[in-house]
Design a protein around this ligand. Sequence first.
Ligand code: CA
Length: 246
Amino acid sequence: MLVIEDDPAIRSALVRSLTDRGHAVSSARAGLDGLQQALDDSPDVVLLDLGLPDLDGHSLLSMLRAVRQTPVIVVTARDDDPSVVKALDAGADDYVVKPFGMDQLEARMRAVLRRTSGDGGSQALEIGELAIDPASREATLRGEALDLSRREFDLLLYLARHAGEVVSKREVLADVWNQPYGGGERTVDVHLSWLRRKLGESAAHPGYLHSIRGVGIRLAAPSEDLEGPADDSADDAPDGAPDPRP
Ligand code: CA
């Protein structure tokens, strides 16, 4: 793993503790050097301090994310929400607030590795005409690739792994955003609406994503008997009715 931290005392303490615990650790004292190492050495996890002298941790994260999916745990002294939210939105997998204990850090590293290595199964999933491959991080609908952001893909994968179940936004926040304490339900809503658009559906006309009011969300294949109006009741045809072919 790679520790990017400018404070020499914190950096050496982290490197020492992690090494004692059996991790292979390299470190960088500045952002650009850290980014270079992250790209050259492909560490399994990057521990990233947000307050760096040369390159803001958020910028580093965005640059890294543009080319790599390396798991990143942000280390921040700033206990303020916006900074953490910004880091998570920029692609951080988790965060710890200084001061933190090594047990907590290790638990978070394990959780991040479990998630990103697809311990939940790297097996491809198929729900109706929706196919999701955690290994290649590709999703297709009716054979056509969906252009999903990292977070949209994670959200879709999480829901697909719980296909048929209603999951609460709190659970989604805990597992996809790693925010077990809630308070970001609006973020889930926003990503859900983006996901719906990409799947060619809407909350009012759901296909795969069903909102269960006051409870949560369920992903399920569109049920065949609800797919369209029956022939004899088609007088009030909705938008989705088949075009009369010439
Ligand atoms: Ca710092």
